[in-house]
Design a protein around this ligand. Structure first.
Ligand code: F6R
Ligand code: MG
Ligand code: MG
Length: 365
């Protein structure tokens, strides 16, 4: 059976500040999703939040970029925005950049990750959702999952994974794409993946079966709006087991915290902290950035689950490490490398300050 899995997300208002989502927003979204399920547009859905981002996880049979599904998501965000406005939640409707829906939500503010798949005999699906970070945040874990034998032993000893995986990489600034084959092109590929502010892994394919293995949202809000409108807070869907990495291999990159861009005012480097859904409420210095992970078994398009995959003491050390990194970085205050380089900061007072002091700036002799 061909099933499409669509994860569409947006920050339509924070509670309190940018730290979390109000229960009424989630309830409104669930009501909208339930109606679409009753009408037969959706097979199934799950609504959750990561920090101030509302996450709509939907299954259906209408393929990727489907107008009716995207309109459902857009209308749900509009209904949520109405609630956010009534409660005067913070930044109500902040990610809805367009005035009206037109065709699909790409380029309109929300983040989108979708895959249309032929559901296998058993189809374990892992969905990662992050807050206070940018699209390239998945580069490091996707590389580890699908190209690093120190993370994924299946690449070495599982015959159906030994051919490796192909990575579609997007240049989010120049709107270009390229596909690299792992393992033979990993050195070339890492030149790009190592610069996650500009290059982001959009999707990964099994080379054994030419099957989609992972897909992420790569929308960069700031490039769309031409100004700072919050971080992208990306999502990523990963298929698991059999042809693909085992669940434990998919989760293993998060056993250590790693540093991403985002955090306070979208202008800092900070540790990504893997947490249970109930702990995805970034508060310290508006962070540190969080990642949650829900696991489902698909059953004829039904979402069996979720299991809250980071609700496991095995990730306690990664959380502790994230707090230690947070302390070290915070001690740098307004200094790089905690604060992003000038050209990458989402907020800056540089032009105003430069203008004011320009008369005092003289040539070095
Ligand atoms: C980060 C984020 C927050 C805000 C910060 C200031 O992605 O959303 O850190 O940038 O709380 O928000 P404003 O400028 O709305 O007061
Ligand atoms: Mg926000
Ligand atoms: Mg957010």
């Amino acid at each position: 059976m061909k099933v499409t899995l669509s994860v569409i997300k947006a920050d339509i208002g924070g509670y309190v500040g940018h730290s979390s989502s109000h229960p009424d927003i989630l309830a409104t979204a669930k009501e909208s999703m339930e109606k679409a399920k009753t009408q037969g547009l959706l097979i199934d859905y799950h609504v959750t939040a990561c920090g101030d981002d509302l996450q709509l996880i939907m299954t259906h049979q209408h393929g990727e970029l489907n107008e009716r599904i995207h309109k459902l998501a857009w209308d749900t965000f509009i209904k949520g925005t109405d609630v956010a406005k009534k409660l005067k939640l913070y930044g109500a409707g902040q990610d809805l950049l367009a005035d009206a829906f037109s065709g699909n939500v790409k380029g309109m503010g929300p983040g989108v990750a979708e895959m249309a798949i032929e559901e296998r005999t058993s189809e374990p699906i892992i969905i990662f959702m992050a807050d206070k970070t940018a699209a390239g945040a998945w580069n490091l874990p996707l590389y580890k999952m699908f190209a690093d034998p120190f993370n994924t032993i299946g690449l070495v000893i599982a015959p159906n994974m030994h051919a490796g995986f192909a990575f579609e990489v997007h240049d989010v600034k120049e709107s270009k794409k390229i596909t690299f084959n792992a393992p033979e092109e990993i050195y070339d590929m890492l030149v790009f993946l190592g610069a996650p502010g500009r290059f982001a892994v959009k999707s990964v394919y099994s080379r054994e079966a030419n099957e989609i293995a992972a897909v992420s949202s790569t929308e960069r809000l700031s490039y769309m709006a031409g100004r700072y409108v919050g971080k992208d807070d990306p999502v990523c869907i990963v298929r698991s087991q059999g042809l693909f990495p085992a669940v434990g291999e998919v989760l293993e990159p998060f056993a250590h915290s790693y540093i991403v861009e985002g955090w306070m005012r979208g202008s800092h480097h900070g540790p990504l902290m893997p947490v249970a859904v109930r702990e995805a409420n970034p508060s310290r210095f508006d962070g540190p950035p969080r990642v949650i992970c829900l696991g489902f078994q698909l059953a004829n398009g039904k979402l069996i689950g979720p299991r809250d995959m980071f609700d496991d003491p095995a990730f306690d050390e990664a959380r502790r490490q994230a707090n230690q990194i947070a302390d070290i970085l915070r001690q740098h205050g307004p200094f790089e490398p905690h604060r992003l380089p000038l050209e990458e900061m989402e907020y800056t007072t540089m032009p105003q300050v430069m203008k004011r002091i320009s008369g005092r700036m003289t040539e070095l002799k």
